[in-house]
Design a binder for this molecule. Sequence first.
Ligand code: ZN
Length: 68
Amino acid sequence: MQNSINIGDEVIMKKSHACGTNKWVITRVGVDIKLKCVNCGHEIMMDRLEFNKKMKKKVSETDAEEKK
Ligand SMILES: [Zn+2]
């Protein structure tokens, strides 16, 4: 389900950001995906292919159980 990315979704990336978190929120979805670091607010952009490779999993607010 890695292709169903929406604005506001939280995702865990494989590599953590320089500030130490690996949790990001989606702020733009298009040809490129824009991500904002939830910890420091830093924003990055990458294309979908790269995003799909670097994303570890999606975090949904109502998702209490781990889905793998
Ligand atoms: Zn950060």
